[in-house]
Design a protein around this ligand. Structure first.
Ligand SMILES: *Cc1c(COP(=O)(O)O)cnc(C)c1O
Length: 398
């Protein structure tokens, strides 16, 4: 690769995926909205169709446009891959690769802490297709995962840290076992973003919900599927095309706007989240804080080995004596943290985790839980807000 790859993430996010000089000198690529792509001759049409699987030529709107390609180039660069496909949501980014590599009679290994809608996809559509799913403990060791592989295991799915409970997986170790058995390694890298380099750690296909920090403003849904080999690119491109997945160019343009400031936002949010997490950990009502970047927290050692930083999403486990309704009351009393799904925007969110659908016996941390997303607000204001809301834990202060 060129020297460019040595530039810092700040520099790359400012320079990748820019418009060429052909756009009148404007800095940003245009928004191309289009279905039909006209040709001058039938020979041109045939030539374009022949080139389309490997080169960027426009044959029809579904194949993407310069707007999509600019975003694809930025995401592929930050993940260290060669090609990327932008899809309409983070969930689509997770399901398309599963459909690309699995068929009737196959088996897939999925961590018990997987993003809920992916579990639902495995238990419904994949099951209907004749694909069997085994859920495994996300903290499983190399030695313990080996016997879970069967001759028909085609995919090892990973997500690290896990949804809601933030288990850090030994991705390089598990990938080694998967590759020895001829299985593909898929990873949901939404939490790691550019802080986890999937292709240097044994991952074949890396998925992200760009809805989160790349979008950064809670106003779009998008996903990315990044690969590092021509073989994986062919598989992803084919499945995506067969399904007719298409992301709006307007949303891609918004994501390109979001990604320019992402490293700066994330740096600030990472710092603020660690401050809030450390404060929470010292509260007597709190049993444990699930934040891999917090020294002494679960998963910290693997996080330190494999990640270069953290995002601003983490979990809090309250003391077991508090009823779930008390945790709901805390979330409802917060003034600066909104209550809602998703994360990665500029604003803080709090969501009681409720009962998680686990089937491999993991996920019980011994107390009611809440997930916090720390936004761009001042951490002192967020801490003061948590301080007042946590009075709701004590029923007599209602
Ligand atoms: C949000 C999320 C997704 C799905 O993203 P959407 O764009 O909301 O579909 C996938 N994986 C993880 C870990 C997520 O947090």
């Amino acid at each position: 690769m060129t020297d460019e790859t040595k530039h810092s993430i700040y520099t790359r996010l400012s320079h990748k995926g820019r418009a060429g000089t052909h756009v009148h000198g404007f800095v940003n690529p245009p928004v191309h909205r289009g279905s039909t792509v006209l040709v001058e001759t039938m020979q041109q049409r045939r030539d374009n169709a022949a080139k389309a699987p490997t080169e960027r030529v426009m044959t029809y709107g579904l194949g993407g446009s310069e707007t999509h390609w600019a975003l694809e180039d930025v995401v592929a660069d930050i993940e260290g891959g060669t090609r990327c496909k932008i899809v309409p949501s983070g969930l689509a980014a997770c399901t398309v690769p599963l459909l690309a590599y699995l068929g009737s009679g196959d088996h897939v290994l999925v961590p018990d802490s997987v993003y809920g809608p992916v579990r639902s996809f495995c238990d419904t559509m994949l099951k209907r297709m004749g694909v069997e799913t085994t859920y495994y403990d996300p903290c499983i060791t190399q030695a313990d995962i080996a016997p879970l592989f069967r001759p028909n295991t085609k995919v090892l799915y990973t997500e690290s840290p896990g949804s809601h409970t933030f288990e850090v997986q030994d991705v390089p170790g598990l990938a080694e076992v998967a590759h020895a058995r001829g299985a593909k390694v898929l990873m949901d890298n939404t939490w790691g973003i550019f802080h986890f380099q999937p292709f240097t750690k044994g991952v074949d296909v890396s998925m992200q919900a760009l809805t989160k920090y790349v979008g950064g403003h809670s106003d779009i849904l998008l996903g990315s599927i990044t690969v590092n080999t021509a073989e994986d690119w062919a598989a992803i491109r084919a499945s995506n095309g067969q399904l007719g997945m298409f992301a709006s160019p307007d949303d891609c343009w918004l994501a390109l706007r979001g990604v320019r400031t992402m490293a700066v936002r994330m740096e600030r949010q990472e710092k603020s989240a660690l401050e809030v997490a450390a404060w929470m950990r010292n509260r007597p009502e709190v049993k444990e804080v699930l934040h891999p970047a917090l020294p002494g927290a679960r998963g910290h050692d693997i996080w330190k080995r494999d990640f270069t930083g953290a995002c601003s999403l983490f979990g809090v486990v309250f003391q077991p004596g508090f009823a779930p309704e008390r945790i709901d009351a805390v979330a409802e009393a917060l003034q600066l943290f909104g209550m809602g799904a998703s994360w990665g925007g500029f604003e803080s969110l709090a969501l009681p985790s409720g009962t998680m659908p686990r089937t491999a016996g993991t996920g019980d941390f011994g107390g009611p839980m809440m997930r916090l997303h720390v936004g761009l607000e001042a951490p002192a204001d967020l801490i003061a807000d948590l301080d007042q809301a946590m009075r709701k834990l004590h029923a007599n202060e209602e």
